[in-house]
Design a protein around this ligand. Structure first.
Ligand SMILES: C[S@@+](CC[C@H](N)C(=O)[O-])C[C@H]1O[C@@H](n2cnc3c(N)ncnc32)[C@H](O)[C@@H]1O
Length: 283
């Protein structure tokens, strides 16, 4: 089935920006950047940079060194346009934007900045089908001794047990609203993000590609209602949760349902685990 792509005028509406502006999101990504330990002068790839939230964090570590370079790569032209606007002025002279896929990263890196000191891949590895191939591309993009940092909250251990009730109720309510008020029902397709890997599987994939894991954390993040409302209007999330449903209807159902469930269960936030990993290409 063909995926519905947001029309250009809808790209903002179904972008990742509302979620990416949340303070908890900045904090969890900032923690990964801290674990990575960037220094001014480094050449860094922000892989799957999206609307630029993590690019900003990277730039804040590289300030003051003219020889620093950030290659901000994303498959989505719309996301890159938003990133360019969001980053205007914020050290953006150091940033080069490239529309490209993680699966062919090493070529883009060779053609623009040469080997890099670090690759940052935030909140996107779960969207990639051939993870071994992407890890190989990252490895080949790094100079010997270079570091690879990634994080995700779509992995097997992401859900604290006590939150199961929240997800079941949220999805059941969204399905009910869609059917009752819009006469719609999702297809049975299962996107890649809904076939999550475990921490052990990620460790194995990294080892198979020659990486040495340097730091690994499972961080618990309290996600408030605004976070769930934000993720509910992100096109990739809507497609994963409600495959085949038009984006506008999907966003409406997910948002209405999550508001109701927060109220019924008297929730202030729902905890979620983030896997944070820093690995190195041995020297
Ligand atoms: C959830 S957003 C994360 C954005 C940013 N890294 C952050 O953490 O805020 C995921 C991004 O991954 C991009 N993406 C998904 N698959 C990709 C691929 N195979 N190659 C490059 N970018 C990809 C999407 O276009 C989207 O902008």
């Amino acid at each position: 089935m063909r995926e519905e792509q947001p029309q250009p005028h809808e790209a903002e509406r179904f972008s990742f920006r509302r979620f990416a502006r949340q303070p908890f999101y900045t904090e969890v990504n900032a923690r990964l950047i801290q674990l990575l330990g960037l220094r001014p002068g480094m050449r860094v790839v922000d892989l799957a940079c999206g609307t630029g939230a993590v690019t900003k964090l990277i730039l804040s570590q590289l300030e003051g060194a003219k020889q620093s370079v950030v290659l901000a790569v994303d498959a989505s032209a719309e996301a890159l346009e938003i990133a360019k606007r969001e980053l205007a002025g914020a050290g953006s002279a150091l940033v080069r934007f490239v529309q490209g896929r993680a699966e062919t990263l090493s070529r883009a890196v060779r053609q623009t900045v040469g080997a890099v000191d670090a690759v940052v891949f935030c909140n996107a590895i779960h969207l990639v089908e051939d993870k071994a191939r992407v890890l190989r591309e990252v490895f080949e993009s790094l100079a010997p001794g270079g570091a690879f940092a990634f994080n995700t909250t779509f992995f097997a251990e992401a859900y604290p047990e006590e939150t199961e009730r929240f997800y079941l109720r949220w999805m059941a309510r969204a399905l009910k609203l869609l059917k009752r008020e819009r006469g719609l029902r999702p297809t049975r397709e299962r996107v890649i993000a809904r076939q999550p890997l475990s921490t052990a599987q990620y460790e194995q994939l990294l080892a198979e590609q020659g990486f040495a894991v340097r730091r690994e954390e499972l961080d618990v993040v309290e996600v408030p209602l605004e976070g769930w409302l934000g993720i509910s209007e992100f096109s990739d999330f809507i497609r994963g949760a409600l495959p085949g449903v038009p984006l506008a209807e999907g966003a409406w159902a997910l948002q209405e349902a999550v508001r109701q469930v927060f109220e019924e269960l008297k929730l202030k936030a729902v905890p979620r685990r983030w896997l944070q990993v820093v690995a190195a290409r041995p020297s």
